[in-house]
Design a protein around this ligand. Structure first.
Ligand SMILES: Nc1ncnc2c1ncn2[C@@H]1O[C@H](COP(=O)(O)OP(=O)(O)OP(=O)(O)O)[C@@H](O)[C@H]1O
Ligand SMILES: C[C@@](O)(CCOP(=O)(O)O)CC(=O)O
Length: 458
């Protein structure tokens, strides 16, 4: 029997951190070319064996009962995300297709693209500088060294991408639902929330299932978390109540590229969300004012980026010429007509959003865009061909993103300037990641041999 392989992308929330926890406000999320892969193979040995071959000792074996409930029979500690994905999916399979449809002997392999884990020490060990070219030389699904609990994550949402690829692969393997179905999305949300023990906005799982999007959250009461609930499927199916998230098409405009850096500022990002929400409650007037302005800027940013994409679709030649022109002149001269003016507006909005996020950080007394990140981002956006940037998601010390132009005549020019700046930056250590936006939307079924290096880790 041929293996079932399903992949799901990571994410970067470029606008809407914190606000997206409230259904009144939307978030803008870019799915990344970095993906998690789940490979499901029938096995001769009884039990559901799950392995993460990139990590030492990362193997867990489970037994499934007739209702789809799962218990771990052996393995290296517990992996909440894996167990929750298995149990949520198997319960749904048992309810919809009967106990006979439940697989009892499987070998499952989970592998994440290198960008999900910091490769600094791997590069350092080989005496290689932290360039994108050197990253591209590392073997696919490289082992970052050591066990999973010691791994240094890069913030692309490993748990959401892993949970989504595993849930979708099992639904596909059992013929229960396709990766883009409402059931797959809801099952992945439920599995992820149950493992996290908290209800975030769900934008990370939504992007893992559907790809880049504008996203407004669902009612938290929709998620059937209570373990005593007898039937999950009716609460996760097409007509289940409360799943009122709103998603809208989104994609970055052609001839632009998102670049990501894994930042090691030596300071741990404390838990920011709790403090921001506390400030939101304590200062309702001030925070509503700021959130309203931020939300307008976030939504306009999505609108203008989409308008740029439509200009490109309508008249590709003029669009390419405008990008060429914009990349050749200083950003302060972008205020002209059409495409270039829209780029100027994008730049202005990204800068406004940053200053409002900093204001929120100051008000809530948390480092959303701390001064170290501010200086680094200011230097990036001053480079020729850079449109703008920011701190992803909740912000903190761990990462930044920037959007650069890729004109046909010199697609690498701006990216190379950014990379050079990062490599020479002294105050904090900024290492580029390889990922850009995923062009394949969301979760998808893959052909094992079309994914470089995947067969080698089975
Ligand atoms: N390759 C893998 N195989 C199995 N489980 C994994 C793998 N990678 C990550 N995980 C699971 O995901 C957990 C990390 O999730 P956590 O919610 O802490 O981070 P995250 O917010 O998803 O991370 P980030 O956004 O930084 O990538 C790990 O503890 C582990 O359970
Ligand atoms: C603060 C918040 O809005 C974003 C967190 O995003 P990230 O994990 O920092 O990418 C929380 C959420 O949406 O779940």
């Amino acid at each position: 029997m041929s293996p079932t392989v399903v992949s799901a992308p990571g994410k970067v929330l470029i606008a809407g951190g914190y606000l997206v926890l409230d259904p009144v406000y939307e978030g803008v999320v870019v799915a990344t070319s970095a993906r998690f892969y789940t490979v499901v193979l029938p096995s001769a040995e009884p039990g559901i064996i799950v392995r993460a071959p990139q990590f030492e000792g990362a193997s867990w074996t489970y037994a499934v009962d007739d209702t789809g409930r799962v218990s771990q029979s052996s393995g290296d500690g517990a992996n909440k995300f894996v167990q929750s994905a298995l149990e949520t999916t198997f319960r749904v399979v048992a309810e919809l297709k009967g106990a006979d449809a439940l697989p009892r002997a499987l070998k499952i392999t989970i592998a994440g693209d290198n960008d999900f884990y910091s490769q600094r020490s791997q590069l350092d060990k080989g005496g290689l500088s932290r360039t994108r070219a050197n990253l591209a030389q590392l073997p696919p699904f490289n082992a970052p060294g050591g066990p999973l609990r010691d791994v240094h994550k890069t913030g692309l949402g490993s748990s959401a991408a892993l949970t989504t690829s595993l849930v979708c692969a099992l639904l596909e393997h059992t013929g229960t639902a396709e990766p883009h179905s409402a059931l797959a999305h809801r099952a992945a949300q439920r599995a992820h929330c149950a493992a996290q023990g908290k209800l975030g906005s769900g934008f990370d799982v939504a992007a893992a299932v559907f790809g880049s999007m504008r996203y407004r959250r669902f009612d938290p009461a929709a998620v059937p978390l209570d373990d005593s609930i007898a039937e999950l499927a009716p609460r996760l199916g097409e007509s289940a109540p409360g799943w009122n998230e709103q998603t809208g098409a989104f994609g970055l405009p052609p001839r632009t590229r998102i670049m990501l850096a894994d930042v090691d500022a030596g300071s741990d990002t404390p838990s920011l969300v709790g403090k921001v929400l506390k400030w939101r409650t304590a200062a309702p007037e001030e925070s509503t004012k700021l959130w309203t302005r931020l939300s307008q800027a976030n939504s306009e940013l999505a609108d203008v980026l989409l308008a740029l994409a439509s200009s490109a679709a309508q008249d590709p030649a003029s669009y390419d010429a405008a990008i060429e022109h914009a990349a050749a002149i200083s950003q302060s001269d972008w205020l002209q007509s059409g495409v270039v003016e829209r780029l100027a507006r994008v730049r202005e909005l990204m800068s406004d959003i940053r200053s409002m996020m900093r204001a929120m950080g100051e008000a809530a007394q948390v480092p959303i865009e701390p001064p170290e990140q501010q200086r680094l981002l200011d230097a990036c956006v001053a480079l020729q061909g850079v449109i703008g940037g920011g701190v992803p998601g909740a912000g903190g010390y761990d990462a930044i993103w920037v959007l650069v132009l890729e004109p046909v005549s010199a697609p690498e020019r701006a990216a190379a300037l950014v990379e050079e700046l990062w490599l020479g930056w002294k105050e904090v250590d900024a290492s580029p990641l390889l990922a850009s936006e995923s062009v394949e939307r969301g979760a998808r079924v893959e052909d094992l041999d079309a994914v470089r290096g995947l067969r080698d880790v089975l």
